[in-house]
Design a protein around this ligand. Structure first.
Ligand SMILES: [Zn+2]
Ligand SMILES: [Zn+2]
Length: 156
């Protein structure tokens, strides 16, 4: 295995057109991000955490890359590690996320769309919040059932 940096700087091929992608430096807050863009279809490859830096939206980028399952609905193969990818959606934008390295493939124009979603306030996390609250509720319910059981046992 080559060191991680070497692997990162390796040129990759577009998972759609199989041409070598160009590396482009993007200015962000902090160290600049080097992203790979396809000269043919205009798609963008972002390694894990690069999406967060580009969007400056932790919620949205976490939403897209954190809870990826084991299903592979995407037809693409990860250009970075060769693993299967899955499709994640934020409102009407569908992105391909690698199940192994967490890299993200964006078709042409999708980065702008994600920026728009981020600007208008991403609502997807409301669902996540509701799920969290639900889990808390279930947890509390379980605890109270156990507590009731314990009280009944100790009363004997
Ligand atoms: Zn391409
Ligand atoms: Zn990968």
């Amino acid at each position: 295995m080559p060191p991680k940096n070497e692997l990162r700087n390796k040129e990759i091929e577009c998972p759609k057109c199989w041409v070598t992608m160009r590396q482009e430096e993007v200015e962000v807050f902090g160290p600049n991000v080097v992203i790979d863009t396809c000269p043919k279809c205009g798609g963008i490859w972002l390694d894990h955490s690069e999406l967060k830096k580009l969007l400056k939206d932790r919620k949205l980028s976490d939403y897209l890359t954190k809870h990826i399952g084991t299903q592979s609905k995407s037809k693409l193969v990860c250009p970075r590690c060769g693993w299967l990818m899955d499709i994640e959606t934020a409102e009407d934008v569908e992105v391909d996320v690698c199940l192994k390295c967490g890299g993200v493939w964006l078709d042409y124009g999708e980065l702008e769309k994600l920026r728009e979603i981020s600007k208008s306030g991403f609502k997807g996390d409301e669902l996540a919040k509701a799920e969290e609250r639900w889990e808390e509720l279930v947890q509390k319910e379980r605890e109270s059932v156990l507590l009731g059981l314990f009280n009944r046992l100790s009363r004997r």
